[in-house]
Design a protein. Structure first.
Length: 242
């Protein structure tokens, strides 16, 4: 049977390709596929053994059975959809959770969460800065995402925030691709009846986004680029806590 393995961040640097198709026996497991990849690219042997494995959008273990035509991803540490329907003008909940290659529009997110019942609105925008550390000037940042899972996790994080702050209206978006200095990579807008909840919810969302969404960031300067070290993948629950 045929399976497809996708590579992201520094794994793509090792292999020199974004994906590879493999012929494997029926009933093959990620452990067997890992061995095949390590034979082709020896540096992957130690790298893959430490990383979470996703098969068709679900985290599995090394000995899970892989179905015919499966899409397999080993997830490097992460730093990272379709628009969601907008609730009624004064209804709390998730207004938008979006992964996009298009330029972000924080003003749109702000306008979408505004409501007569909400007196406190917080907007967070993360932009590409010109200097990562003293003397090191950046040209751009490159964001890669495993899109199917990243979009699901953005939505799950937004739902998690809505469950924790039930009066909040939430909109968030994250960009992918190459971004130059000054461009926005992430934008979050939260509206609540009171400002303290809006601040707390917004901070929770950006912190969770950084650890639960499979998005990888590469800094590019005049001498080349480097993938930033991140956190181990810690997904948001499929169902938000009650």
């Amino acid at each position: 049977m045929t399976v497809t393995v996708l590579f992201f961040a520094y794994l793509r640097d090792f292999t020199g390709t974004p994906q590879v198709e493999l012929e494997v026996p029926d009933g093959a497991t990620p452990r067997q596929i890992w061995a095949l990849l390590a034979r082709e690219w020896p540096p992957l042997e130690d790298q893959l053994l430490r990383l979470p494995i996703v098969v068709d959008g679900k985290v599995v273990d090394l000995d899970a059975v892989v179905p015919e035509g499966a899409e397999i991803v080993w997830l490097p540490p992460v730093g990272g959809g379709a628009p969601d329907p907008v609730p009624a003008a004064d209804e709390p909940g998730v207004v938008r959770a979006e992964l996009t290659a298009a330029a972000l529009d924080p003003a749109r997110l702000l306008s979408e969460v505004q409501a007569p019942s909400c007196g406190g609105i917080v907007v967070f925008v993360g932009e590409v800065r010109a200097e990562d550390e003293p003397g090191r000037r950046l040209v751009a940042l490159e964001y890669q995402a495993y899109a199917p899972l990243a979009a699901d996790q953005l939505r799950a994080i937004a739902e998690e925030g809505a469950a924790r702050w039930p009066t909040a209206r939430i909109a968030l978006a994250h960009r992918t691709g190459r971004l130059v200095v000054g461009e926005a990579s992430v934008a979050i807008a939260v509206a609540c009846p009171h400002r303290a909840d809006a601040f707390a919810c917004c901070r929770h969302l950006i912190d969770r986004l950084k650890e639960a969404v499979p998005i990888w960031k590469r800094e590019i300067d005049a001498d080349g680029g480097r993938w930033l070290e991140g956190h181990a993948y810690r997904p948001a629950p499929a169902e938000p806590p009650a």
